[in-house]
Design a protein around this ligand. Sequence first.
Ligand code: CA
Length: 233
Amino acid sequence: MKQKLNVLIIEDEKSICDFISTCLTAHDCRVTTAHTGKSGLSLITSQCPDIILLDLGLPDMDGVEIIRQLRSWSATPLIVISARTQEADKVAALDLGADDYITKPFGTSELLARIRTAMRHSRRMTASEAPRIFHCRDLTIDVDRHRVTLKGQDVHLTQIEFKIVVFLAENNGRVVTYDAIMSHIWGPYAGSDNNRILRVNMANIRRKLEENPAELQYFFTEIGIGYRMAEAE
Ligand code: CA
């Protein structure tokens, strides 16, 4: 029998908790819920969930604090559920080690896609078998051969552009913050307040790899947060 995915939802809004719980139970998950940060933290240690869905605005503590505590000892995949529009909170959550976020209100398919992506990335990290070729519709990124093709045609990217594309491909399906990309490409001292160089490179990447700038297919912007590459096959 297939092992059920254990999901812990830490969310004080009952309607949202019920919605997620119903949806995930219908998709063969075992769901546990907590309505406060304190009970959430204790369930994390007692239940060892496979994945955690966390609301940032909890009555007794800030969700960001839970991420900070969790990440000091565990790499359990965690997706932030956020009603907040303030990008700063999401960025803080991601930079502290949240795997992704989803903004309320969201639908079932979006939630399931986020969970699938987070689980896939975490399995890959533990198995350390990162794929070296990514296919996404007409785009193929072959890391070892240093080759990017669009509809079978080679596309020339600069070294920096290639590095950015590979980093986004390795994280395909989930958001990567500006800071994370900046420090991955230009080092930790690149200076996060100036991401102009990143934006210039992204514009070039899109010019080369996106057929229609008005209808992006591969490299999406999460305004105020970072970039997300479409999920690879
Ligand atoms: Ca809340």
